[in-house]
Write a protein that binds this ligand. Structure first.
Ligand code: PLP
Length: 459
């Protein structure tokens, strides 16, 4: 329905969850207890929760009905076969191993494909993806185009891969040291930025030449397909379903966090086209999660996922989903707030370096800004900057990423347009008082994925 002028939610609301408002004093106390880390806040102290779009979506009545059809057999659950059928139909991958969430699939693919000393090129790192590659003995190399590191570049496909960078890596290490290219659709850490079909086709050509596989992080593949539909030549009249399937057809396998695009609260899978790799994966999942027909999920979870995948590739759904994100983004742009442009698919990313130019990166500007927004209104956001980037595994030095961002992630089908207005008002009011915002120092640093559990104090 692309000819309609404005989007509207293609659903109506049947059940509501009441929100809790808090006072500034209550929020101040909660923030100190959480060590200025929004991950450590209790959800009862949060008003509008934009921490993540992961597992926070609203399921449909059909998904809830599907939960009642859970076939909780230990082996060979009917829900597994439904899930497998849906994945084959919409994504085209041949073999499926369910996992409890995306990182379960990342663990398995990294363990079966990466040898110590291998190099895994990818279009920007993702926290858990890179960690599993490193724990398997590999090293991640960033091959995303330079524009992705520039928050103000208006390149329509900032998730694209720089094929020259990839070719240099192949020449430097040799193709036999590269088990696969780790290609993400809707690159999360770049601000939800898409990869174009043309870039993917060129990547396929180059990797075929060197016999290198492509493993697709398909967590937000439908959102990427939407941007191809509206921005790439020749796709205007192609349905999302067909674009999604074409993307997948250019890759050899995929890891999926179904907690994002696929509209479930828990679940994921590993999908592969190669039978022997699949056999290894289905053997490996038995060690870490459970039999290869449930992978740590209940039958009802697989049923909800199968139905969620079907709903996620609907044109009206995805237009409203991204439309809501763009609505919020445009409000902030109009108010002169520095955000990552173009507006991405799953959230708005505030540019904390530009928002708080008086802070050095080592004072954790994005962390401080996320804390300040919470204090102002009870809206919970999260840091995507130096804290998330962690340390170099060899030297122990902090990574200083170009992008120092606060992510306002929009859960799917959960909040209304009026909520978007309230969020914008809060960010604008924090922006007006930005000069008073102080930096932070880290008082507790966990060894892995520190952003989840680190604690801070005002510096
Ligand atoms: C969330 C996410 C993952 C990890 O998935 P989990 O379900 O959280 O384990 C991997 N890649 C991307 C791009 C993600 O956004």
């Amino acid at each position: 329905m692309k000819d309609k002028k404005s989007w509207a939610e293609p659903y109506k609301i049947k059940m509501v969850e009441l929100l809790k408002m808090t006072t500034k004093e209550e929020r101040e106390k909660a923030l100190v207890e959480a060590g200025y880390n929004t991950f450590l806040l209790r959800s009862k102290d949060v008003y509008i929760d934009l921490l993540t779009d992961s597992g926070t979506s609203a399921m449909s009545d059909r998904q809830w009905a599907g939960m009642m059809l859970g076939d909780e057999a230990y082996a060979g659950s009917e829900n597994f076969y439904h899930l497998e059928e849906v994945i084959r139909k919409y994504y085209g991958y041949k073999y499926v191993v369910p996992t409890h969430q995306g990182r379960g699939a990342e663990n398995i693919i990294s363990k079966i494909m990466i040898k110590p000393g291998d190099v895994i090129p990818g279009n920007m790192y993702f926290t858990t993806t890179r960690l599993h590659q490193e724990l398997a003995g590999g090293t991640f190399e960033d091959i995303i185009i330079d524009e992705a590191h520039d928050s103000q570049s208006l390149h329509p496909f900032k998730g694209n891969i720089d094929l020259k960078k990839l070719e240099q890596i192949i020449k430097k290490y040799g193709a036999d040291k590269i088990p696969y290219v780790s290609m993400a659709t809707s690159v999360n850490m770049a601000g939800g930025q898409p990869i174009s079909m043309q870039n993917l086709r060129d990547l396929r050509k180059l990797t075929n030449k060197y016999k290198i596989k492509i493993i697709h992080d398909m967590t937000r593949v439908a959102e990427n397909a939407y941007f191809i539909q509206v921005r790439e030549k020749g796709y205007k009249n192609i349905p999302i379903k067909a674009i999604v399937k074409e993307i997948c057809s250019l890759t050899d396998g995929a890891t999926m966090s179904a907690k994002k695009d696929a509209l479930v609260n828990i679940g994921g899978f590993l999908a592969l086209n190669d039978k022997s790799l699949y056999e290894e994966a289905s053997n490996m999942v038995v060690i870490y999660a459970g039999l290869h027909t449930y992978g740590g999920l209940a039958g009802r979870d697989m049923e909800a996922m199968a139905i969620g995948i079907t709903e996620s590739v609907d044109d009206n759904h995805i237009r409203a989903r991204v439309g809501q994100v763009e609505y919020l983004g445009n409000k902030l742009v109009e108010a002169g707030i520095p955000i990552v442009l173009p507006i991405g698919g799953h959230g708005i990313f505030l540019d904390a370096k530009k928002f708080l130019p008086h802070l050095k990166q080592i004072q954790f500007p994005a962390q401080a800004l996320a804390a300040e927004i919470y204090l102002d209104s009870g809206v919970r956001t999260m840091e995507r900057g130096i804290v998330s980037a962690g340390r170099n595994k060899e030297t122990g030095e902090n990574y200083f990423p170009e992008l120092e961002l606060v992510r306002l992630t929009i859960p799917r089908r959960v909040y209304t347009q009026a909520h978007m207005d309230v969020i914008a008002e809060s960010v604008i009011s924090v922006y007006k008082n930005r000069k008073k915002i102080k930096g932070l120092e880290m008082t507790y640093e966990p060894k892995y994925l520190r952003f989840f559990q680190a604690k801070f104090n005002k510096s």
